[in-house]
Ligand binder design. Structure first.
Ligand code: SF4
Length: 697
């Protein structure tokens, strides 16, 4: 790989997991690395969470995939050479494409892929396969915030300001975010501000808050409308800001008008006094921020809910000012960059829309192809998975960096769809519940074994650096895409294997786009420059990048932000006689995403060994459940089995399940197929369930 260090050299890179992308220093040691946190990287300042500290164990896990595997006639996966595996994949893809056309093949990517891989995967799908059927698991993560941010500001960047700005805040409102559990080093920046936390659960973050609002799952939108109502009726609006920097307050108010505090209390359960205190704290502080997370975004109305919180932020004059702001706490390791470079069903690199003729012409020129040959938009992630093997849907799927058998909603149904494919190819570093269904498994390199870049939640582009070469038998994703593309008749130079070469092409493809990387180079990053996009090309090659967006104007043509007229509606499912409780899902400190990686780290597995369900003691008693017993949790989709954990601070109408665990403990066996109509986000955060003691069959 590019830049592989010499023996014993110290390598500065970033954590394998979440979007905070904490800085780490690696020193090769035997087959693995020794790791310490980077003392200089401003986001983590020498801190790491348990996942970051233990990440080296993933490099030496005995479970590592070390050879391509092909499913034989007896149904077993057996090792084969790379040429045999790639020849077989291309031959079978050709058969599918001949029979069903280019859209007979789908591609499913991941928000943990580096910028280079995300870019190359989008290009491979559109150019080598000619398919429109590409999307990625980031659709399950940040898509509602992206849609709402684009509509409000004309541009979506998770945090439009550096993380370190939060340290100077007086008040921070966190709506549906639990960073004390999901990205603990972020809490170092939230020591001074007074926190307001909106979360149905009393999370580790809520325990540190000055004020915790605990709405019923699925009612955050009503709460956000109510907070705007109070901002108006208590005369807390920033009128000058609204007049000079925004449009839409009158229409937004029409929808907030019916949400007077007592009605909001009735619907959400949040006391009137707490609503009033929250708005006053946020309105009257000097330096204040409003941040959203998956808790308000992962709903069938996630875009509108996020927009309602953005409305509140705009009404109080927060976004686009030094010392204040709105942002979204992006989740996956490259959750920001992964959504900018063409993995999304509707986008080309640089956040360009695939339906825009000028965008198609620009990207086609960089790729050396005819714009007319580029397919149009495809299906969003859940729709793509749901269409697999159906008439008109893909009959073959290539999966890179994702484990949808655990992470997709309605998981049993999606597993059946995957199993019904003519061909399922999965590239991953360790076996997963999705590789168990695959016809071909391709072993790929991981974080400390290859070069590349990621883009953190604050829009800063960071260098991942190789400290080791990949084990024998393992290839990089870029090498895999190259090998497939060449076998499909593509010129070799069109799919380079060098991350630096891919990044240089990505810069050209993004140039002039909304996420413009043209002025960012490996050389500048390696020289230690802190570069935030947009960073366009400059005559002297030294554009400083843009740490803070929107200070003078928002990205809409008129420079103004838009408040959105949004209306509350119920979740797709609400409790009833058969399913009397809300279930909500989320993360625990020890694990990341589907857990395919973190469940292989002994210390993390010991900390959180299996599925559990949190339930209020009174509710548990009503349903005959006791601490430590196994419970069967059942929704209209099916049942999951999890160990009971009694949590007195939980709402009595709600249970919580982490989504990292496989098999019968999958939380996503419960979640439903309802999607946000704008973003395609599934409703991970609420469904209706019943609970009972588990009976052995
Ligand atoms: Fe890694 Fe995120 Fe933990 Fe930092 S907070 S060490 S980036 S998992």
């Amino acid at each position: 790989a590019d830049g592989t260090p010499g023996p014993g050299a110290e390598v500065a890179t970033h954590c394998a997991y979440c979007a905070l992308q904490c800085g780490t220093l690696l020193r090769p040691s035997g087959p693995g690395v020794e790791l310490e946190p980077s003392p200089d990287f401003p986001v983590n300042r020498g801190g790491l969470c348990q996942k970051g500290w233990t990440a080296p164990a993933l490099l030496t896990t005995p479970d590592r995939l070390r050879s391509p595997l092909v499913r034989g006639p007896g149904g077993e996966l057996a090792p084969v050479g790379w040429d045999e595996a790639l020849d077989l994949v291309v031959a079978r893809l050709d058969r599918v494409r001949e029979t069903y056309g280019p859209d007979g093949v789908g591609v499913f990517g991941g928000g943990g892929l580096t910028n280079e891989k995300a870019y190359a995967l989008g290009k491979f799908a559109r150019v080598a396969l000619g398919t429109s059927q590409i999307d990625y698991n980031g659709r399950f993560c940040m898509s509602s915030a992206a849609a709402a941010g684009n509509a409000a500001f004309g541009l979506d960047r998770g945090l439009p300001f550096p993380v370190t700005d939060l340290g100077d805040a007086d008040v921070v409102l966190l709506a549906g975010a639990n960073p004390a559990e999901t990205m603990p080093p972020l809490m170092r920046h939230l020591v001074h501000p007074r926190l307001i936390v909106i979360d149905p659960r009393r999370t580790r973050t809520a325990e540190q808050a000055a004020l915790h609002l605990q709405p019923a799952p699925g009612t955050d939108l009503a709460l956000a409308l109510g907070l705007l109502h109070l901002a108006v009726t208590e005369n807390l609006l920033d009128k000058e800001y609204l007049d000079t920097r925004t449009t839409g307050i009158d229409a937004a108010w029409q929808y907030a008008l019916p949400w007077w505090p007592e009605r909001v209390e009735q619907v959400t359960g949040v006391p009137v006094e707490d609503q009033r205190t929250a708005v006053r704290m946020l309105a009257e502080a000097g330096r204040r921020y409003l941040l959203t997370g998956r808790g308000v975004e992962q709903h069938s109305k996630g875009t509108d809910t996020t927009a309602a919180f953005i409305n509140l932020a705009l009404a109080l004059g927060l976004p686009g000012r030094t010392g204040s702001g709105y942002g979204c706490l992006t989740g996956q390791g490259n959750g920001q960059g992964g959504r900018e470079h063409g993995q999304k069903a509707d986008q080309l690199p640089g956040y360009r829309m695939i339906t825009d003729p000028a965008a198609r012409a620009h990207v086609a020129r960089v790729w050396g192809v005819d714009p007319a040959s580029l397919p149009g938009p495809g299906r969003s992630a859940y729709e793509l998975l749901d269409a697999l093997g159906t008439p008109g849907g893909p009959r073959a799927l290539l999966v890179f960096g994702s484990n949808p058998v655990v992470s997709a909603p309605n998981a049993a149904h999606i597993a059946r769809r995957l199993a019904a494919l003519d061909l399922l190819v999965v590239a991953d570093l360790v076996p997963s519940e999705t590789t168990e269904l695959a016809d071909v498994v391709l072993p790929v390199a991981q974080w400390a074994e290859e070069d590349g870049t990621t883009t953190s939640l604050e829009g800063r582009v960071l260098r991942r650096r190789a400290a080791l070469t990949p084990p024998a038998g393992v290839r990089t994703d870029l090498e895999v895409l190259h090998g497939l593309a060449v076998r499909m008749g593509q010129p070799a130079h069109r799919f380079p294997v060098s991350p630096r070469t891919v990044f240089d092409e990505l810069r050209r493809a993004s140039s002039g786009g909304r996420a413009d990387y043209a002025g960012i180079s490996y050389e500048r990053l390696d020289a230690g420059e802190a570069l935030y996009w947009p960073c366009p090309d400059a005559p002297d090659g030294n554009h400083p990048g843009t740490p803070r967006l929107f200070l003078d104007r928002f990205a809409h043509a008129d420079g103004r932000a838009r408040l959105a007229p949004v209306e509350h509606r119920d979740a797709a499912e609400t409790p009833d006689t058969h399913y009397p409780l809300h279930a909500t899902t989320g993360r625990v400190l020890a694990h990341y995403q589907s857990g395919a990686q973190t469940r292989r780290v002994p210390e993390l597995l010991a900390a959180a060994p299996g599925a559990h369900v949190e339930i209020h003691p009174g509710t548990a008693a009503r349903f005959g459940l006791t601490e430590g017993a196994l419970a069967e949790v059942t929704s209209a989709r099916g049942s999951t089995v999890a160990r009971v954990r009694l949590v007195p601070t939980l709402r009595t109408d709600t249970v919580f399940l982490p989504f990292h665990f496989p098999g019968a403990g999958r939380a996503n066996l419960l979640t439903g197929p309802a999607l946000d109509p704008v973003s395609g986000m599934p409703e991970f955060k609420v469904c209706a369930v019943r609970v009972a003691p588990w009976q052995e069959p």
